[in-house]
Design a protein around this ligand. Structure first.
Ligand SMILES: [Zn+2]
Length: 414
């Protein structure tokens, strides 16, 4: 049986690793900074291992620093049931994003073992490494490595301190040869992930649990605009080629365009201005693009309209502009049978779980796009996400763990 008190204790225990509370600011009372491929993330892996080892699990860390805890099944060669989430956080993040999925996976599997369930196939709890990409700018790192979807050179990509991904892995004792992290998708019967919703829909629906149907596609890009650097006092208003003003028009256009395409969202979260002095008209401006939608056509439509408007703005006042694509993640439909199974599992704990599209990216995308049947369950959360205020009630988390337990029982003991 799912033990809600034990689950709560473990969520708390995990939140102590990378805890960065600032007593002067109440909002940071529960802050966690556990960046991907850091010593803190490694400590989290050690802690999760200590929860599972006494119940017969064998721990393995792969060259991408993913943690697998394997509970044996009658047929050791049968495709495994994989269940988990990620162990890293954003800087000054919360206690639940990723961590809750690992804690609930452990609770579900350990409860099954304790109840004397006999697995026909191995069950593995996974703690993915560096999902957030907060340190190296490349998200879903560990799961991408596991499913052959890594599009990054680990020797070349560096954090702000100059450490490369490969160096960070070597500091954790890994060889840095990421090919060794690859898993055969055929060796996995199903991948299940529980995650906080990170949005308000379950809260508004008064539902503790939701089942994910699709994960949105994401386009990340960088826009560069070049105008003309000049004197802030001596250049009359009609003769300026101000890169920042042009960029501002583009950003406002993007907001309008995304608002006009159903279910699309677009964000500019980073901007740099050159040379960056208060008495100099900006000559150059670079800003990020994050465009998401549950349909690829919608992402393409936002991009197309944005380019058309940017061209107009360019013609009026700029010398040059360009858009560099950085990373694209395909729209990921999740497995329909697992969707049904998770919905029924939620029903078994008395919850009619609404079906949701995930607006956030998740590790689940990588196994799914590699052909592994994949299902996701969302737990109601409040207080935003990627912030110390994010919150999932223990009662809701325990319902999620219980539903997960029922689904794993169905998949692993049949
Ligand atoms: Zn997450």
């Amino acid at each position: 049986m799912t033990d809600a008190a034990r689950l709560e204790r473990r969520i708390h225990e995990l939140a102590q690793i990378g805890r960065t509370d600032d007593p002067a600011r109440e909002i940071y009372a529960t802050a966690v900074s556990r960046l991907g491929l850091s010593a803190e993330e490694q400590r989290a892996r050690d802690l999760v291992t200590s929860w599972c080892a006494p119940h017969g699990a064998t721990a393995r860390r792969d060259p991408a620093a993913n943690l697998y805890l394997r509970f044996p099944g009658a047929d050791p060669h049968a495709p495994v049931v994989l269940v988990g989430s990620h162990l890293d956080s954003v800087p000054m993040g919360g206690r639940f994003d990723g961590a809750l999925g690992v804690c609930c996976a452990v609770e579900a599997v350990v409860s099954l073992v304790e109840s004397g369930a006999r697995f026909a196939r191995p069950v593995e709890v996974v703690g993915w490494a560096d999902e957030e990409g907060a340190r190296f700018g490349y998200g879903l790192f560990g799961s991408a490595a596991a499913f052959g979807r890594l599009r990054v050179d680990p020797e070349r990509v560096r954090d702000k301190g100059g450490t490369s991904i490969a160096e960070a892995l070597r500091a954790l004792g890994e060889s840095g040869d990421l090919a060794g992290a690859m898993r055969d998708p055929k060796g996995i019967r199903a991948y299940l992930e529980l995650h906080i919703e990170q949005g308000p829909r379950l809260e508004r629906a008064g539902a503790p649990l939701g089942v994910v149907s699709d994960i949105v596609g994401i386009f990340h890009g960088l826009v560069m605009v070049r105008g003309e650097q000049n004197h802030a006092g001596a250049t009359v208003m009609g003769e300026r080629h101000d890169a920042l003003v042009a960029a501002s028009h583009m950003i406002i256009a993007l907001e309008r365009i995304a608002s006009s395409v159903p279910d699309a969202v677009a964000t500019v979260g980073e901007i740099t201005v050159k040379p960056g002095a208060k008495n100099v008209i900006p000559g150059e401006c670079t800003f990020s693009l994050d465009i998401r939608a549950p349909k690829q056509e919608s992402i393409d439509l936002v991009l197309e309209r944005f380019k058309a408007e940017a061209n107009e703005i360019f013609r009026k006042s700029l010398r040059e502009w360009g858009l560099r694509p950085l990373q694209s993640v395909a729209v990921t439909p999740l497995d329909e049978d697992l969707r049904d199974l998770l919905w029924k599992s939620a029903m078994s704990v008395g919850m009619n779980a609404p079906t949701l599209v995930s607006g956030a990216g998740h590790d689940a995308q990588n196994p799914s796009l590699a052909g592994v049947p994949t299902g996701m369950i969302f737990v109601r959360s409040t207080g935003g996400s990627h912030t110390p205020t994010e919150f999932a009630a223990t009662a809701d988390a325990a319902l999620g763990a219980k539903a997960l337990e029922i689904a794993i029982r169905e998949l692993a003991t049949a």
